[in-house]
Design a protein around this ligand. Structure first.
Ligand code: AMP
Length: 288
């Protein structure tokens, strides 16, 4: 496996593959890899076949963190991540520095951003106003560097995958976006690099996000005509508040294509929520 640190180096490698008609599958990440990430790597391998190449990027992208968020504390372990990628048969690991990704000096700062202006306004976008601008910008940059035929994203970040899909369609980017299912711990907690922050009894409380989704699924089983979103939101706030360290940031019910909020929740509606467990903000989502 090659570890590539420079944009030019990665582009050169990707161009060489492109000219040889080798298919490239790409998995962008912020590192501190877990089994959820590795499931995306395996999906990328299946998509490109044994002759294809799989590229994983590891980059904690500063522009998608807001002020006061956990950019500096975000867990990093490139040595361990590289081992995991090697074991999984990854062909290239792209791990650039900030100076590579956001070049510029005092007078000529990086100043070009990509913004999606509809799907990125709600939920995570409302809670974290500059987040998706950072995501779309870095994803376009990474696509321009890795030149993938396929890019695999996780359903764990459902809104992110919707925003990226929309961007790819709107800007005619020649890549196929594939969304792989959320990989969970045995108790239902969605795997996340941020789970590392959950010390002591916080880990047990974090399962409340998954339980909240299950609670709505159960409620809908006996109410085939649906339930009002407002009623569910009130119920879930109470349910989440029962965990001493949990604080609901938002819960939303929406159409999975348009992300428009639904007033009446029925089977097939999508649900997403963000909950603080102590200082750690976790997200989860699922189809109901
Ligand atoms: P991150 O490193 O958290 O930015 O995530 C990189 C990619 O992995 C994104 O497409 C995420 O949606 C995906 N991902 C993160 N956690 C999981 C999980 N538990 N299951 C599936 N995909 C995941």
């Amino acid at each position: 496996m090659r570890i590539v640190k420079s944009v030019r180096g990665m582009q050169r490698l990707a161009l060489r593959w492109k000219r040889a008609s080798v298919r490239v599958g790409f998995v962008p990440t912020m590192g501190y890899l877990h089994a959820g990430h590795m499931s995306l790597v395996r999906r990328a391998r299946r998509l490109v076949g044994p002759r294809g190449k799989v590229v994983v990027s590891i980059y904690v992208n500063p522009t998608q963190f807001g002020p006061g968020e956990d950019f500096s504390a975000y867990p990093r372990d490139l040595t361990k991540d590289a081992q995991a990628c090697r074991r999984e048969g990854v062909d290239a690991l792209f791990a650039p520095t900030d100076a590579e990704m956001y070049p510029g000096d005092g007078r000529n700062q990086f100043s070009t951003y990509v913004t999606e202006q509809s799907l990125s306004r709600v939920m995570e976008g409302a809670a974290r106003p500059t987040h998706f601008r950072g995501v779309t910008t870095v994803v376009v940059k990474l696509f321009n560097v890795a030149l993938p035929d396929f890019a695999v994203f996780g359903a764990k970040d459902f809104q992110q995958s919707a925003v990226v899909r929309r961007m790819v369609r709107d800007l005619d980017i020649p890549v196929r976006i594939v969304v792989a299912p959320t990989y969970r711990e045995p108790d239902g907690l969605a795997m996340s690099s941020r789970n590392k922050y959950l010390e002591g009894n916080l880990r047990a409380q974090a399962v409340v996000l998954w339980r909240a989704i299950q609670r709505v699924r159960v409620a809908l089983r006996t109410r085939s005509r649906g339930v009002s979103a407002q009623q569910l939101k009130t119920d879930l706030k109470g349910f989440i508040d029962r965990e001493p360290a949990a604080r609901l940031d938002y819960v939303e019910f929406f159409d999975p294509e348009t992300l428009r909020p639904m007033l009446k929740v029925t089977a097939g509606t999508h649900m997403a929520l963000a909950v603080f467990i102590g200082q750690t903000r976790l997200i989860d989502n699922g189809r109901l």
